[in-house]
Design a protein around this ligand. Sequence first.
Ligand code: PMP
Length: 385
Amino acid sequence: MIDPERLLSSRAAQIDASGIRRAFQLGAKLDNPINLSIGQPHFPVPDALKEAAIKAIREDANGYTLTSGHPSLQSSLRDSIAKELGWSADDDAIDVMVTSGTSGALILAAWVLLDPGDELIIPDPNFVIYPALGPMTGARVVSCDTYPDFCMTAERLEPLITDRTKLVIINSPGNPTGVVLSDRQMHDVSQLCRDRGVMLLSDEIYDLFTYSSMRDGRGRSPSPGTHGQDMLIVRGFGKNYGCTGWRLGYAAGPSWLIHEMSKFQQYSFVCAPSMAQHAVMAAHDVDMSGVISEYEGKRDMVLDILSPLMEVTVPEGAFYAFPEVPSSLGMSGTQFTERLLDHNVIAIPGGVFSDRDTHFRISFASDDERLEMGLRAIAKAVQEH
Ligand code: PMP
C-alpha cells in the first residue's frame, strides 16, 4: 500500500505553500473579483519579443541550448552587465549564465552554497521562495527583521552574521513592499558581506521597475554590483517584459560560482527555454520607459487613496504596496484580506511573506479602472468598520 506519510521527505513537510494558494482558492469563488494579488505585469509582451519567439520556433530553434545559455545571449548579457555595473567584460574571474527564471538562479545558488546546518539570511518580509531554500538544502533560515521601513541595512544584518552564515539574499526593489535601497545602503551591505566572507545574492528581478525618485543613471535601482564583482547578481526577464511564463532569468558573478551553478543546471533544469532565449535577444531594442511611467502613476494612485487611511511605505519600485492594517480595526492581515473578499477584492495577507501578519500586499499591476475600484473598495472596508 502506498503511504504518502512514509514516502514524503521531511523537506516536503517543512515547506508550506498554503497562504498564497488559499488566497487564490478564495478568489476563485468570487464572481469577477478585483484581483490585486497577482505578481505579474498586466501588459502584453512587446511585439518584438513575440515575433522573435515565433521566428525561433518556426526556424526550428527548439532544441536544447548550451547549459549556461545560447552563446549570443550569454555574451550580450555579459556586455550589458559590464557596461552597467562597471564589471570587466573580458575578466575570466566573472561569468554570466542564463537560468530558468529568476527562481532557477536562486535555487541553483542555494544548492551549490548551502549544506545542512549552514545559515542563510533573508529579509523579513520576503519573496516566498526564500524561506523554502532552507528546507530545500537543510540550511537554517535566519530572518532579518526590516520593519517598519523594510530596508535590509548593514546595521540590521550585521548582528545576524555568524561563522555558519554563507549566503545573504537582498531584494531591491522588494517583493512584497516595493521598497528600494539607496546606493549607500547597497554599498554598506556589500562591504559587510565582503568583510565577513559571506556571499551576497542581489535579487534584482524588478530592477527596471524603479520610479523616478530612486532611479539612478543606469535607469535602474541602486545595485551592490556597482560596488564590486564578488557577489551574485540575479535578474529576470519575466517582470520587465511581461513574459513570466517564459521562465527566463540570469545570474552574474564569480566564475567559480557560476561554474558550479551550471553543473547543477545541467543535472536539473538542463537549460532555460530555447525560444525564450531567442526572444529576449530582441529586448535591448525595446523601450519600456512608457510602461514604467504608467506604473509610477498607478503607484501614485495607491498612495493617494490609501495613505490618508493607513500606513503605506512608499513603493519606489516593483508593483506592490504593503500597507499596514490600521490598528483601530483590531484585525490581522489575514482577517483583513478575508474582509476584503466581501468587497470583491483579493489581496494577500502579510503573514504569507513574514513572521508578522500585520500588513497586506496589493499588486498595482492592473488597469487603472480596476485598480481604482479595488483601492476604493479597500478604503471602504476600512471606513465602514
Ligand atoms: N524574486 C522575486 C523578488 C520575485 O518577486 C519573483 C517572482 N514573483 C521571483 C524572484 C521569481 O521570478 P521568476 O518568475 O523569474 O522565477
